[in-house]
Design a protein around this ligand. Structure first.
Ligand code: FE2
Length: 229
């Protein structure tokens, strides 16, 4: 599996408070079958998560050594979960925030409850800068209607569903939306979005999708390799 969204990097957001907790999250990822894990710390001004890429990279390098020394069979990549604001284009230019690994794909998050930034405009801005935007867990954005998902896709945005949504952890409504996005072929990725307080639901979610949509579809969205280059 390729997990493109995880709060495993220690010290920088609400993901993990120390190296030992982060190593535990790595072990859980490996048990779930993850071979490539993207560490995507929040960059979110409204919650005061302001660790920039230079700082994240420093921690990433020492943490990667700890993972290697522990002998864990997993490849780590660095990115950012960018809470989209009008400053995001500027933050990308200054490398305060970065795309996923070596790809040109940016992981964008929006408010869960209020549409305070226009997702269509964000997609347009990112594409005009040469990036492909991946919208993080849109099934959780309560203000989106079905037509809005179609607009995201038509504009060239990609969709990442949270594994927890598929298994009903976020409620029946969100589960329904997540499964509809998958069944209609609109989902591009399923990711864990793990924090120390949120279990890794990837293997459970994989089984649900495999049972309802078949192994090929499960592989397509749980191991989408398009972020690896
Ligand atoms: Fe996240």
């Amino acid at each position: 599996m390729i997990d493109i969204h995880a709060h495993v990097l220690p010290f920088v957001d609400d993901g993990s408070p120390d190296v030992a907790s982060s190593l535990k999250l790595i072990e859980e990822s490996i048990s779930a079958g993850v071979t490539d894990l993207f560490l995507t710390p929040h960059y979110m001004k409204i919650r005061n998560y302001l660790s920039d890429h230079a700082h994240n990279l420093e921690i990433f390098e020492s943490f990667s050594r700890a993972v290697e020394e522990a002998g864990f069979p997993i490849r780590l990549h660095l990115g950012t979960e960018i809470y989209y604001t009008v400053s995001t284009p500027k933050d990308l230019r200054s490398k305060t925030v970065v795309p996923l690994g070596k790809s040109n794909k940016v992981l964008l998050e929006f408010s869960l409850s209020v549409e305070d930034e226009d997702i269509g405009e964000a997609i347009h801005n990112m594409k005009s800068m040469g990036y492909i935007p991946i919208i993080a867990h849109p099934e959780r954005y309560r203000y989106l209607r079905w037509g809005d998902f179609e607009i995201i896709k038509r504009m060239g945005g990609m969709i990442q569903i949270n594994a927890s949504s598929i298994i009903g952890y976020n409620g029946a409504e969100i589960e329904k939306t997540a499964m509809k996005l998958i069944k209609t072929g609109q989902a591009d990725f399923v990711a864990s979005d793990i924090h120390v307080f949120r279990p890794n639901h990837l293997s459970q979610a994989y089984r649900v999708v495999e049972k309802k949509c078949g192994k090929a579809e499960a592989e397509r969205i749980f191991a989408n390799p398009s972020v690896l280059s």
